[in-house]
Design a protein around this ligand. Sequence first.
Ligand SMILES: NC(=O)c1ccc[n+]([C@@H]2O[C@H](COP(=O)([O-])OP(=O)(O)OC[C@H]3O[C@@H](n4cnc5c(N)ncnc54)[C@H](O)[C@@H]3O)[C@@H](O)[C@H]2O)c1
Length: 361
Amino acid sequence: MENLVNRAQLQSYYEGKKVLLTGHTGFKGAWLMAWLEELGAHVTGYALDPEYEACLYNLLKSGLKGKSIIADIRNRERVHETVLSEQPDYIFHLAAQPLVRRSYLQPTETFDVNAVGTANLLEAVKSLEKPCVVVLITTDKVYENKEQDVLYAEDDVLGGYDPYSASKACTELIIQSFRRSFFPVSSWHVHHKSLVSARAGNVIGGGDFSEDRIVPDIVRALRKEEPVLVRNPESVRPWQHVLEPLGAYLLLGGALHQNPEGFNGAYNFGPYPDDHLTVRELVNQSISSWGKGEWIDGSTANQPHEAKLLKLDISRAMRELNWKPKLNAADAIAWTINWYKQEEDLAAGYTIAQIKRYMEL
Ligand SMILES: NC(=O)c1ccc[n+]([C@@H]2O[C@H](COP(=O)([O-])OP(=O)(O)OC[C@H]3O[C@@H](n4cnc5c(N)ncnc54)[C@H](O)[C@@H]3O)[C@@H](O)[C@H]2O)c1
């Protein structure tokens, strides 16, 4: 079966279409903006200014044609005005406070940005008088984690121990409430809106410079020729290259555009069940891709709680969307480390080259 995340398929969905992308200044958002533009979409981004000067968005910015609106997702009026003035065919909602450890320091802000921010966006969509597909990005962490060797499927119970995970579980309830109350699939012919949520696993890839994330932590240490300080080396995660979930979001959005009554609810996107690595394996493979380096266990007794075992069941996406992963964990690590090995002035071109190469796989 042909992999549907290819140029011809995606161009048929997005070429010439208007896309509103929240979170375009972030790690995943910058990749997605570049990819959408590569497909010929007219993209408007809505996000805060990048937090770090050295970030993917700043590297790509001069080559991006789309509009960038720097504003807060908590600003309901501005969100409303943007949705109405942009008249998007598609919305991809990525803007969020996405860091677990920061959510322990800023719990209320995390709930506000992630949950209320999503409600602001969906309330604005209510006023839009045209068909629109809305793909809302949550996370694999929305499930009530049993710390058992099970694969979480879309119908499993929502939960969330830390404020980040709980805020994204709240986001799922908000999406479900808006779908039931205002955009039921059965009356699509009246409202013309389709809402779907996408739950992806831990994403790795070039261009992530966030604090407290494993790959940026590894690269920062290796560049300084210092040992990588690793928390929770035995934790298991559904690691994926960033292009995997982004390709899945694009496929999901396009499929929904073609068949608005055919898909709804939530979709998990992650690696195959036998391709989940521990943090230790990820770090070892990253170091060997880099060429040299070492790591030490930096776990401490009083560090904030983070789930140890998290695996995703991706069978719904495979069955209903014909989506499947293209890169295994080893490839994802190699693609990521190769990106960080580039000179800074070549990074933008290398990013686009990886997008093109990925569509050809
Ligand atoms: N990176 C991962 O491993 C991962 C895994 C699963 C899900 N996700 C989800 O994917 C999305 C993107 O994550 P990322 O890794 O690119 O994060 P990121 O921190 O790199 O980017 C976050 C984006 O959201 C914007 N943002 C934050 N607060 C905002 C606010 N108050 N108003 C407007 N914009 C705001 C930022 O400006 C930025 O553009 C998030 O929704 C995140 O929860 C990420």
